[in-house]
Each structure stands twice: as C-alpha cells, then as structure tokens.
Design a binder for this molecule. Structure first.
Ligand code: BES
Ligand code: ZN
Length: 590
C-alpha cells in the first residue's frame, strides 16, 4: 500500500495517537534526553502500530501492564527506523521508555561558549519538517494531531521552555522540573523544547519574550509591538486560539529566521536589529498560528498551504500596519526573489510547482522560497478574481471550517471550488498548482519605492554610481532589492564604494550582508574572505549561509575555500545547516 505521507512510516488505518504525556530528563553531559512517555490512541488498536523514530534507543514498551513485542523492522537514511509495535490486543494506551541519540537531528546541544552569556549550556529543538521522530517515537506526519502534557527536568541553573503552556515548576535535588500542557491538538512538527539561562519579559497582555539576560533588553524593545500585531491578525484570520504568543530568542546557530512553534515562536538573534526592521518576520511566524498551526498541510508535498497562505496573510497584515507603499515594495521584492530562485532551480523543475512530488526527497534539501511567494501570488489572484471583501469572508470560513485539522491541496481546491467557484473561471488553478514555472497571466505587483531602486540600478549599469544622498532614506527592503538586483559581478572598487554608501556596516543587518558578500565573492574581491569567514562563523541562518556558499561554489577563486570554511564552523552550526551545506558542496564535487 502506498504511504499516505511519503515522509512517514505511519499507517493511519491502524489508529492514531491522540495524547502523549512525556517525562523528560535532559542530560547536558551526554547530550541525551531520557524519556518516559504514555501514549493514548484515538481508539483501541489490534495488530500492528508503526511509529517513526530516528536514532531512538527504546528500552521498554508496555501496555496494560504487559511488555509489548516490538522491532525496528525497516530503516532508511531519510525516514529513519520504523518502530513496529506488534501483536497489540485492543490497546488504547501504552508506555515507552527510551533515550534519544546524542546525534538526534532535532536537538542542538550548545556548549557555554556558543551562547550570549557564555556561562551556561543551551538546548533547543527544531522538528520541522521530519525531525520530531528523533525526539520521541510518533506518527511524524502533519496529518496526525495530538495534545500533550510534559515535564522537563534540567540542571537548576537553567530554565526550560516548551511550545506549550507552563503550568508549574518545582525543585528536585540539583534539578528543576518544569511542567507544561498543550490542550490544543498539534502535529508532531510543532513540538518544541528549549533550555538555557533564560529570562522572561512581559510585552503585552498576551505577549512576552524569553532570551538570555544579555539580550532581553534589546529583544523587548524590538518586539514591543507584538500585541498590536495579534489584534490585526485576528481581524483577518479570526480569533487567536492558542492563549499566549511569546518569543524565544535563540543562540546564533538557530538555522531559520523563525519557527512558528505554537505559543512560542523560536527566533534567530539576527532579528534583533535595533530598528524593528525584521517586523515582517514576526508577522510571518504569528500568521502561522492560523495558517499552518490551526489549518495544517497534510504532507510536506502540500507545504505551500502552510507557507503560501502565511506569506499571503503576512502581506495583508503588513499592509495594514505599515501602509500600502511598504507592502507593495515587499511584493515586488518577493517577485524578484521568486524569479531568481526559479531560474536557479530551473523553470521546469518540479520544485517550481506548488504541489511538489517529494517521494524519496529530503524536505530540508528541497525547501525553497517558491511555495512561499508563488503560493502567495496564487492566492492574490484568487483575491483579485472575487474582490477583497468576498475573499476576506472566504479566509474566515476556511479557518473556521478546518481549524485543528490538516488538509491536502486537493481538499483545499475542493473547498475553494465550493465557496468561490468564479475563481476557477478566471484563474487557471490547475496550472498554478500542478505545473512548473510561473504564468504571465497574473497581476504584477507595482511599487514606486521599488521603481526608485530600479532607476538607480539602471544608471549604475550605465556607469553612474548612486550617491549617499540618493539612498539615505531607503527602507530595508529597498536596500535588499538593490543588492539583490546588482549585476552578478561588479568592480571590486564598487563593492567597497557600495558598502560605504549604503552604510551597511552601521546597519549590521545579516540579510544585507548575505547578498553583499555573495556579490563580493562573484566579483573577485579576495581580500573580503576573512570577513566572509567571520560572518559564516557568527550567523547560523541557513538561508543567508546558502547564498554565500552558492556564490563560493560558482567562483573559481572562492571554491577552493568552501570545504575548509564549512569544516571550520561545523561544530558551531546546527546539524541541519551543516547537512544541507555539505550536500551542496558534495554536489559541486567539493
Ligand atoms: N516554518 C518556517 C521555517 C521552516 C521551513 C523550518 C521548513 C523547517 C522547514 C518558518 O515559518 C519560515 O518560513 N521562516 C522563514 C522566515 C520567513 C519570514 C520567510 C525563514 O526562516 O527564513
Ligand atoms: Zn513560514
């Protein structure tokens, strides 16, 4: 029988997990979680139950006081090991005792030196897309949702947090035990834990931020507007159903900009710019509380349902909060990036479809921004077809109908057809979803702020460099789009001039530098290498690192350094980051 989800061994005919109660002990010496977990199923299961695991050392499996028979009977480099619980006899709950591997893909154990304070170790998880199975055996597919309760024991100097509600904390010997519950059903990829020297700061009635003490002040200022955001998001998407919305600022190795773990968005420290310039990142992760966390893609082949919808919601909320001018600028910038990435992967590549066949492919390696922006542009076309008012009503009905459920692209299209049949008369839905590339039959975004950038780029191509006065008042996305659209190679002198003129150093924005260094590398600016190395060692955000490593691979002089630089930072970065960059270098024979 074909699997319902190409990235999970689970067979949903057998039954589904409904609730898990976890008791977790975190060992910062061995880098192992020792776990005991009680599982409840939606209904009694007889026969077999398949669970996803990766590197899990199972010690014991018990149901109704009896040891269960079990076996890891299939394994695969991508999927991990299938845990087969055997000969079940009307089992509706069971207990597993196990240890995680010290190489668990989802868990990053950081030594003291890799934290802002430098005195305490840090642990954090990243389960999306298919790494929850390295933390606990589960049906690691976004189509299964479960509630959970958990306690987590950590050395008493540390604070443990989870993407859940904290319900208690107590002392146990040299440890502290934090208790949590998550009464809303979540898919496994949204399970998240962290522990470190963390302090908390209240920001608003429902919002707050956790960070190391060294960062809390700056973080509290940067994200002070979060409550306002929730209020705006609720107008578009319906009531916020998760209780609180807090942030956790992670150490630099966090591989993403943000991760929408429910109640507790995980965030890169590069988002703290001192000027609230990364506000859209929060808007994005917050919007996931609806588009993704409340209404979830059924499999990673339907990833655009999460990210395309979230990007659409992000642009709508941004439009309200910062005005149409800024939102339009972002839309044009997004379109440029979409073109750039589609050209890189090839217009005919399956990765340029919205529904992507992913059998046998690693989501970490195939994730691009295409489902984000192509998905967003598709939804905008749907909006244009019926008008904003009707589309707004559709959004609310979509959220209401599918809340706490997962759905496939096909189920979404059925719903769209039922609610907004006219869309299908005006928009070639089939083509948008199932065909590669991007149709010309769509409304192109326009932006006066972007046109300003274009004008300066045009004169630059004619030989006139922009002056300081011309770029002085530029928004962040103007600078980003300027850097993004520069000719691939420019004179080294111009690299130096542009860094000065755009005032990149004082802005200290890793997003700017990921483009800037890529241009420097392509342009043969060899003296920049030590700074590039320093950046690669300091910034863990995968997207930023990839653009620099891609530039190195494409450059004759820089190529020779790529492998050495990656090996030099291997211990500092996330396993996912190192894995993905390593694959990139291997493909380039480096
Ligand atoms: N859910 C994603 C991050 C993710 C995607 C993790 C795929 C693992 C697999 C998150 O919401 C996201 O999209 N983050 C973006 C920022 C966003 C503003 C585009 C990122 O990290 O760059
Ligand atoms: Zn996202």
């Amino acid at each position: 029988m074909p699997r319902h989800d190409p990235h999970s061994y689970s067979d949903l005919q057998q039954g589904k997990i409904a609730h898990i109660d976890l008791r977790i002990q975190a060992n910062f010496e061995s880098h192992i979680l020792k776990v005991e977990a009680d599982y409840q199923l939606t209904e009694p299961v007889s026969g077999s139950l398949f669970l996803d695991t990766a590197g899990i050392d199972l010690k014991r499996a018990v149901a109704d006081g009896q040891e269960l028979q079990w076996d890891f009977d299939q394994q695969d480099e991508l999927l991990g090991e299938r845990l087969h619980l055997k000969e079940l006899n009307k089992v509706s709950s069971f207990t597993l005792a196990f240890n995680t591997s010290n190489e668990a893909r989802a868990l990053q154990w950081l030594p003291e030196v890799q934290t802002a304070g430098g005195e305490h170790p840090f642990l954090y998880s990243q389960c999306q897309a298919i790494h929850a199975r390295s933390v606990f055996p589960c049906q690691d597919t976004p189509s299964v949702r479960f509630t959970f309760s958990a306690e987590m024991e950590v050395p008493k100097a540390l604070t443990a947090v989870m993407a859940a509600e904290q319900v208690g904390v107590r002392q146990r010997g040299e440890s502290r035990v934090f208790q949590f519950k998550m009464p809303q059903p979540i898919p496994s990829y949204l399970f998240a834990i962290a522990a470190g020297n963390l302090v908390f700061r209240e920001l608003g009635p429902r919002t707050g931020v956790y960070a190391e003490p060294q960062l809390i002040e700056a973080a509290a200022w940067e994200f002070a507007e979060n409550e306002e955001k929730i209020v705006e998001a609720e107008k578009l998407l319906g009531p916020y159903l998760w209780g609180r919305y807090d942030l956790l600022i992670l150490p630099p190795s966090f591989p993403y900009g943000g991760m929408e773990n429910p109640r507790l968005t995980f965030l890169t420290p590069t988002s703290i710019l001192g000027n609230r310039g990364q506000a859209t990142l929060i808007t994005h992760e917050l919007a996931h509380a609806w588009t993704g966390n409340l209404v979830t893609n059924a499999t990673w082949e339907d990833f655009w349902l999460n990210e395309g919808w979230t990007t659409y919601a992000e642009t709508r909320i941004t439009e309200v909060l910062t005005g149409k001018e800024s939102a339009d600028l972002m839309a044009v910038y997004d379109e440029q990036r979409l073109f750039e990435v589609m050209e890189r992967v090839g217009m005919a590549s399956i990765l340029t479809r919205l529904k992507v066949p992913l059998e046998g492919l690693d989501p970490d390696e195939t994730t691009t921004i295409i489902p984000y922006y192509k998905g967003c542009f598709f939804l905008k076309e749907c909006e244009y077809a019926v008008g904003r008012e009707r589309f707004n009503a559709f959004i609310q009905k979509y959220m209401g109908t599918y809340r706490f459920q997962s759905l496939s692209t096909e189920a979404f299209l059925d719903f769209l057809k039922q609610e907004l049949p006219e869309v299908f008369e005006q928009v070639d839905v089939q083509k948008w979803i199932y065909e590669p590339s991007l149709t010309d039959k769509r409304r192109r975004p326009q932006s006066a702020l972007y046109d300003e950038v274009q004008a300066l780029l045009a004169s630059y191509r004619q030989g006139t460099r922009p002056t300081r006065e011309q770029v002085a008042g530029w928004q962040r996305y103007q600078i980003l789009s300027f850097l993004q659209a520069l000719p691939k190679q420019i004179p080294v002198e111009d690299c130096k001039y542009l860094e000065e003129t755009l005032d990149l150093e004082s802005k200290n924005d890793a997003g700017h530098y990921s483009y800037f260094y890529a241009t420097c590398i392509a342009s043969g600016y060899q003296e920049i290498l030590p700074r590039v190395e320093e950046f690669i060692g300091r910034v863990g955000r995968l997207l930023y690192l990839l653009s620099i490593f891609r530039a190195m691979i494409a450059s004759d002089w820089a190529k020779a350094h790529a492998r050495r630089i990656l090996e030099g930072v291997r211990e500092r970065h996330h396993k996912i980051t190192v894995h993905v960059i390593n694959k990139l270098l291997e493909k380039a024979d480096l």
